[in-house]
Design a protein around this ligand. Structure first.
Ligand SMILES: Cc1cc2nc3c(=O)[nH]c(=O)nc-3n(C[C@H](O)[C@H](O)[C@H](O)COP(=O)(O)OP(=O)(O)OC[C@H]3O[C@@H](n4cnc5c(N)ncnc54)[C@H](O)[C@@H]3O)c2cc1C
Length: 224
């Protein structure tokens, strides 16, 4: 690995490692034992760009390359698997899809606060009856007037207990024979959005992995 690192990558590694040794490693054991999400450190990580590693500068991101992304996740995970999990899920399966497929308005609304770490993201695919067989999901969105009415029971959601912006995989055409799987963004605080109990994990316990349920939750059509 060392041979492919540029001087810039080495600087990134040194600076992230130094942050992790100073801020994360000393509390890593305690936060895992107590299953506590360390907001005080997460806030500092946001200021350093760890929540918007590859997001463009115009949206408040650090605009780094994929190797830097791998280095940052590796270094954070070296100190705390829980926080490494938080950062990788947030960057790669919550923020990235919005950057890659979101409209300009969606990027402004969701990618910007995600990139700064002001808001935490989650990726909600797994359900009690659909894990490896992802196409088996039963969550639905039915359009009614100016909104989607969403019902979903998502489990094992990394960052679930703290996430503000959740990408929900669901079927947008439940009356048809063939599923039309789409992603709708649901924000914590919307009526019908419920965060379930945290999972009592064996490891990575400082990450609040939980279920997220949506009960007749009305989401704007623009959230698709
Ligand atoms: C800590 C943690 C965090 C997670 N975070 C997220 C998250 O953020 N978002 C999210 O959506 N999900 C998340 N998940 C869920 C994870 O993606 C699922 O657990 C995974 O997809 C497997 O699904 P399952 O648990 O239902 O197991 P199953 O699909 O029931 O699989 C159980 C076992 O059967 C095997 N198996 C399954 N199908 C076959 C087959 N056809 N042939 C042979 N063997 C098979 C599997 O390899 C596995 O060993 C998380 C899980 C954990 C433990």
């Amino acid at each position: 690995m060392d041979s492919i690192l540029s001087e810039k990558h080495r600087i990134v590694r040194r600076s992230v490692r130094s942050f992790c040794e100073r801020e994360i490693r000393p509390i890593a054991g305690e936060i895992d034992k107590e299953a506590r999400f360390p907001w005080e450190v997460v806030e500092k990580m946001g200021k350093l760009g760890y929540f918007g590693i590859q997001a463009p500068r115009e949206l408040g991101g650090a605009d780094l390359d994929s190797i830097s992304y791998a280095i940052i996740v590796e270094e954070i995970s070296r100190a705390s698997g829980s926080l490494g999990l938080c950062v990788t899920v947030h960057n790669s399966v919550a923020l990235y899809p919005i950057l890659a497929f979101g409209s300009e308005a969606q990027q402004e609304k969701w990618a910007r606060p995600l990139a700064s770490g002001e808001k935490i993201g989650a990726f909600c695919l797994t359900e009690p009856n659909a894990g490896s067989d992802a196409s088996g999901i039963e969550a639905t969105a039915v359009s009614h007037e100016d909104a989607y009415v969403v019902n979903a029971n998502k489990v094992f959601v990394t960052n679930g207990g703290v996430a503000d912006i959740c990408l929900i995989f669901l079927n947008t055409n439940p009356s048809a024979d063939r599923k039309q799987i789409s992603v709708v963004v649901a924000e914590r605080g919307t009526e019908g959005f419920v965060v379930g109990d945290l999972e009592d994990l064996c490891g990575m316990r400082a990450n609040p992995v939980s279920s997220i349920r949506l009960y007749d939750c009305r989401l704007p059509l623009d959230n698709l």
